[in-house]
Design a protein around this ligand. Structure first.
Ligand SMILES: Cc1cc2nc3c(=O)[nH]c(=O)nc-3n(C[C@H](O)[C@H](O)[C@H](O)COP(=O)(O)OP(=O)(O)OC[C@H]3O[C@@H](n4cnc5c(N)ncnc54)[C@H](O)[C@@H]3O)c2cc1C
Length: 460
């Protein structure tokens, strides 16, 4: 029987099979699937390999899991099967300070990596707002972004090589030197459908000489988004360029007392990091542009503790929204930055049509919108309205030349939306890539591909 084979292979303390233990693995930050048949907490790639071989024998699907903070159902077992949780594989295996890189296990928490290498003046740049809990494996699975990815790039730009277990239980590594096909890039963002990451070489950045954080307040979202478009058009790329509307700023202030103005229609939180000389030119350019676009105020954070408070507020925004409504649905779409004003007007119009309140807090510099639609799930009318509003926002982003996910991934939630941006031929090409790694669809089934996209006629 499956459980006894797993117990023999990886040991009693590494397998969970009691129903009350399994039920918690049916969830991620977005949705609920089925409880798995078993959860395995491996200690090594050899453990993972053994589990994959057993799963293949029993015809059980496998779902890799980091911290389960994903917002698209990626780590949720839709068909049951075995969940491999990386909670115990959370170490830094090698640190190469001179080469500014580290080999880490997938269960290492994102922020723990930066904290542990800070003594060497280094940090890991991808910083999703979930970084206090989300893992490097999950960040690789979703190609996670974050406020500072505007300048540094998303996770794919910071992964140098991977150790992977494939769907036959074979362990292989992708190259560090860049020769041949870039399989590392193909695997980053594959949401556990191509291989299971058991370790990763990641790039580390040197801590900047100087950091400035500014807050600009605007009378409206429209004015703030025109300012973002103008900043980008002027060729100024700060380290982070985040926007928050009044709904969110007020909730964050009430929760964290971060120091945001609460009477503005929208605020921009802007950071630049680098050499002190470059800082002045950047600040002058930003100051000129925000005022040309109607800024009401401009404030420079004076100390590290003030900067930390401003960022703690931004990164805690999702939690603060719990003060405003019983539930919220967080949409994640991306538009060209020049289309931000139109995209935000479309968000507002979609919510108004269903009499719903929406709060906006997002990576404005990347054109990555995160409208939070507030509702009460006990009211079926509101639930129907949220679904329609979410779909309308998604379709309007696509119509503006954008895409269906900025950073949270496709997972289970957005797989049907893939047909809005990809042709049948495009999807068939992706399916062929998947066939190379996992021809029997054992890894994370029912994710990324629209239902029906794997039918023989589509593949043909
Ligand atoms: C409050 C909050 C704020 C957030 N802010 C951001 C943000 O700013 N930017 C952003 O990008 N996301 C954000 N997210 C979404 C989420 O945190 C990210 O997608 C994160 O990368 C998920 O990491 P995790 O460890 O929780 O992974 P999980 O949710 O457990 O898994 C995510 C995906 O990766 C796969 N996976 C996990 N481990 C492995 C492995 N070892 N090998 C192969 N595949 C694996 C899973 O199967 C799944 O498909 C936020 C979420 C919350 C709740």
């Amino acid at each position: 029987m499956l459980v006894s084979r797993l117990l023999d292979a990886v040991g009693a303390d590494a397998v969970k099979f009691a129903p009350e233990d399994l039920s918690v693995y049916a969830f991620d930050g977005y949705t609920q699937g089925r409880a798995p048949s078993a959860v395995v907490l491996p200690r090594s790639a050899a453990d993972v390999s053994a589990v994959v071989k057993i799963a293949r024998e029993f015809g059980e699907p496998i779902v890799p899991r980091g911290a389960g903070t994903g917002l698209c159902g990626g780590a949720v077992p839709i068909e049951g099967g075995i969940v491999i949780s990386f909670a115990r594989m959370n170490r830094i295996l090698e640190l190469d300070v001179r080469g500014r890189r580290a080999r880490v296990q997938p269960g290492l928490v994102n922020l723990d990596l930066s904290t542990r290498v800070a003594a060497h003046d280094l940090f890991f740049a991808p910083d999703p707002s979930s970084q206090k809990v989300s893992t490097i494996g999950g960040n690789i699975g979703t190609n996670a972004g974050g406020p500072h990815c505007l300048q540094y790039g998303t996770t794919v730009n910071h992964v140098l090589g991977l150790e992977i277990v494939d769907s036959f239980g074979e362990v292989f590594t992708t190259t560090l030197d860049g020769a041949g096909y870039d399989l590392t890039a193909a695997l980053v963002g594959s949401e556990g459908t191509l291989g299971i990451v058991t370790s990763a070489w990641v790039r580390l950045q040197r801590l900047p000489e100087s950091v400035r954080v500014w807050v600009a307040a605007f009378p409206s979202i429209d004015a703030a988004s025109e300012a973002v478009s103008a900043i980008v058009a002027a060729g100024i790329i700060p380290t982070a360029l985040e926007m928050m509307d009044r709904v969110i700023a007020q909730a964050v202030e009430a929760a964290f007392h971060a120091g945001y103005p609460t009477d503005a229609g929208a605020i921009l939180l802007i950071e630049n990091a680098g050499f002190e000389d470059d800082m002045r030119a950047c600040e002058e350019g930003l100051y000129r542009i925000v005022h040309a676009n109607g800024a009401l105020s401009w404030h420079t954070a004076r100390s590290q503790s003030e900067r930390d408070a401003l960022w703690a507020g931004r990164k805690g925004a999702a939690g603060a929204v719990g003060r405003l409504a019983q539930n919220y649905y967080l949409q994640d779409v991306c538009v060209p930055r020049s289309k931000l004003p139109q995209a935000l007007r479309a968000v507002e119009a979609a919510a108004r049509e269903h009499r719903l309140i929406v709060g906006n807090v997002f990576h404005a510099g990347d054109g990555n919108l995160h409208p939070m639609i507030l509702y009460d799930k006990r009211d079926p009318l509101q639930v129907a309205g949220v679904i329609e509003t979410g779909n309308a926002i998604l379709s309007s982003a696509v119509a503006l030349g954008g895409t269906v996910s900025g950073e949270h991934g496709i997972g289970y939630e957005k797989r049907e939306a893939m047909t809005q941006i990809y042709s049948t031929g495009d999807l068939a090409t992706m399916a062929r890539v998947r066939d190379v790694f996992d021809p029997t669809l054992m890894f994370n089934p029912e994710k990324i591909f629209p239902s029906g996209a794997r039918c023989p006629e589509v593949r043909a």
